[in-house]
Design a protein. Structure first.
Length: 281
């Protein structure tokens, strides 16, 4: 595994050509916001989206090209595929003519492998398969990426584009992407479930529902921010909260038991990993 520590101030001016975004839903919209924030000029952006939001449509007035003809997209430095994976077979034939020798294609379609993309776009095409996650919507996501046929410049451009929504990690083995999907791609749902279950448990312990929800949300959010900022391992932070024989220790004795949180989460990740492999074919 290789790691790229992407800067939040990545410069999106130092490349030739245009960025073409295919699909401008929630994740595509988050990417656009990040690109513009990091300095991409709207006139270097083209968006292909049959049902653009008002915000996306407004970009046209700033110089971005919205649903241009294919003949106007001969200068694509990068094509970012942000459509639903179910639409891939319909969308990729229209994308293929836009791919030039210097173009890097970055796909955030879950489950669509590099082999699938190469089969649709050409075996020599420079490709990056990436898995972002939901916190990308607020610039705090993490994306894992793997490349095929991409040179150093193309990979660097892909890194800068993906870094617009948070941290980026690179792997050399595409087989790891199924576990990545299970851990970070699906992971926000597990955290939201934790907040949901914590609030429900608070109500069961006698707290008013509104207060239990507030305590659960702020505790999960604050603990996540502390984990983000602290150099300490998660285990050390947990130990710092736990006094011997105290209330936290009593709760952790249940959560860390043989049938507790850790083995349950291992089974959950294994199930999600297996499902990701099934969906990828």
């Amino acid at each position: 595994m290789t790691t790229a520590n992407s800067s939040a101030t990545a410069d999106l001016q130092k490349f030739s050509g245009r960025v073409v975004l295919v699909g401008a839903g929630k994740m595509g919209g988050a990417l656009i916001e990040g690109w513009l924030r990091l300095g991409l000029a709207p006139n270097r952006l083209a968006v292909v989206e049959p049902q653009p939001s008002a915000e996306i449509a407004a970009l046209a007035a700033r110089g971005a090209r919205l649903n241009p003809a294919a003949s106007a997209l001969t200068d694509a430095a990068a094509i970012v595929l942000a459509v639903k994976p179910q639409a891939a077979s319909e969308v990729l034939p229209a994308v293929a003519p836009l791919v030039a020798a210097a173009t890097v294609v970055v796909s955030i379609m879950a489950g669509r492998t590099l082999g699938f993309l190469a089969g649709a776009l050409g075996e020599t095409c420079a490709l990056v398969r990436a898995m972002p996650n939901m916190p990308a919507a607020i610039g705090r996501g993490i994306t894992v990426a793997v490349a095929k046929n991409a040179d150093a410049g193309q990979r660097a451009l892909a890194d800068r584009l993906l870094a617009a929504t948070g941290a980026v990690e690179w792997v050399d083995d595409e087989a790891l992407m199924d576990a990545v999907t299970a851990v970070s791609g699906s992971g926000p749902a597990y955290v939201f479930l934790l907040a949901e279950a914590l609030a429900s448990a608070g109500v069961a312990a006698g707290l008013p529902a509104a207060l239990a929800d507030k305590l659960a949300r702020d505790t999960v959010a604050g603990s996540g921010e502390l984990l983000h900022r602290s150099p300490l391992p998660a285990a050390a932070l947990r130990e710092n909260v736990t006094s011997p024989g105290g209330t936290t220790a009593a709760a952790l004795a249940v959560l860390m038991g043989a049938d507790g949180f850790a083995p349950l989460l291992r089974r959950a990740i294994a199930a999600a990993t297996a499902r990701s492999r099934e969906l990828a074919g």
